[in-house]
Design a protein around this ligand. Structure first.
Ligand SMILES: *[C@@H]1O[C@H](CO)[C@@H](O)[C@H](O)[C@H]1NC(C)=O
Ligand SMILES: *[C@@H]1O[C@H](CO)[C@@H](O)[C@H](O)[C@H]1NC(C)=O
Ligand SMILES: *[C@@H]1O[C@H](CO)[C@@H](O)[C@H](O)[C@H]1NC(C)=O
Length: 339
């Protein structure tokens, strides 16, 4: 969950820093600005977040073991080409025929997590229904609570409401580049939680991810955009020619992985504090390949046309962060060089 602040993660970060001298959860957040030279000179280039001090623990709550359906709410103004990039990413998660390294291979790490009965996270993730909220029903500045009202509007709409499916449905609210959401850019690029029955009428696991193209691409679409405060650092070319949306893909992957393993925030997380859980994608933020850590992304792949990616989807390529593997106790991904 990206809603935790850096200071809430300090105990974990300090432990990791003390042992491996690297920062986990890395993004060029504004508060890191004074140390921007780290960006140019690179951080630690080993270990992919490995640490004997990370104890990813199961807290007995449910995880998503039934076939997962992702219901999407497109809030604001979305181009058909942008929607296709995102839909194809979600469809790629359980695709059987993508080229290695694949998005489906990335999901295998998530499938390693189980519930009390030993049932694994579902292998099947598919797109469900979609709802367009073209006219910004709750304005262009949303709070964490008004996000729940947007979801309520979608599941209670008079025409074609989204189905309510608390056991295996995920609700993905995507806001267009002209929408601000509480804490966007400063502390979060996306987050997940569950809806309150008092507001929405149901407890539904949901995630919000915003298109940062206008507000903070250098933070939330990094490394396809770079912060202005780092002179000389060049953005990488994004694989689907839309830096904002290509940057959202990794955040969407982050949130779906955490929703699957911690949908009600009482299942898989590290740390003592359920208010600030450190979840399976938090531990690997900014790590996309072998050697990743600190501000170094790790070994990536390059398209013939110079775009950077690390995994193949059905028809497209994507750059998606790795996730924590509790079996080996480090971050893993399909493009690891030592597999
Ligand atoms: C920046 O680096 C200095 C020296 O390494 C350190 O004391 C300071 O806490 C760092 N600031 C941030 C925001 O990490
Ligand atoms: C779950 O998905 C798999 C493959 O995607 C399918 O074969 C199976 O019938 C689905 N199960 C249910 C209960 O829908
Ligand atoms: C299910 O989880 C267990 C424990 O992590 C793992 O050993 C097994 O390989 C997983 N099964 C699948 C299909 O991922």
């Amino acid at each position: 969950m990206r809603q935790m602040l850096m200071h809430q993660m300090l105990p974990v970060i300090l432990l990791v820093l003390l042992t491996a001298s690297q920062v986990i959860c890395w993004r060029p957040w504004p508060h890191l600005k004074p140390n921007s030279s780290d960006l140019i000179f690179g951080g630690s280039k080993k270990f992919e977040g490995s640490s004997e001090f990370v104890h990813m623990k199961y807290h007995m709550g449910p995880v998503l073991t039934a076939n997962i359906t992702v219901h999407t709410i497109w809030y604001g103004t979305w181009q058909p080409a942008q929607k296709r990039i995102i839909r194809e990413f979600i469809n790629s998660i359980s695709a059987v025929d993508s080229k290695h390294p694949s998005v489906a291979g990335w999901w295998k790490t998530v499938q390693l997590y189980t519930d009390q009965t030993g049932a694994n996270i579902s292998r099947s993730v598919r797109l469900g229904k979609e709802k367009n909220d073209r006219f910004y029903s709750h304005g262009k500045s949303l709070t964490r609570l008004s996000i729940q009202s947007v979801i309520k509007s979608a599941v209670t709409a008079r025409t074609k409401p989204l189905p309510t499916n608390p056991k295996s449905g995920l609700y993905l609210l995507l806001t267009s580049a002209d929408v601000y959401v509480q804490d966007f850019c400063g502390q979060v690029c996306g987050f997940h939680y569950f809806t309150f029955p008092s507001i929405v009428g149901y407890t539904l696991p949901y995630a919000w991810v915003g298109n940062s193209a206008k507000l903070c691409p250098g933070v939330c679409a990094y490394p396809f955009a770079v912060p202005e405060y780092v002179p000389g650092l060049k953005p990488l070319k994004s694989p689907n020619a839309d830096a904002g949306v290509d940057g959202m893909i990794s955040v969407i992957g982050h949130e779906i992985a955490e929703l699957a393993t911690n949908p009600l925030v009482n299942a898989w997380y590290a740390g003592q504090d359920p208010v600030a859980p450190v979840e399976i994608a938090d531990l690997c933020e900014g790590i996309y390949g072998t050697g990743g850590g600190g501000s170094y992304t790790g070994q990536l792949l390059n398209d013939r046309d110079g775009a950077t990616y690390n995994m193949n989807g059905i028809r497209r390529r994507y750059l998606v962060q790795w996730v924590w593997n509790h079996v080996v106790n480090y971050c893993t991904g399909p493009n690891a060089l030592d597999q």
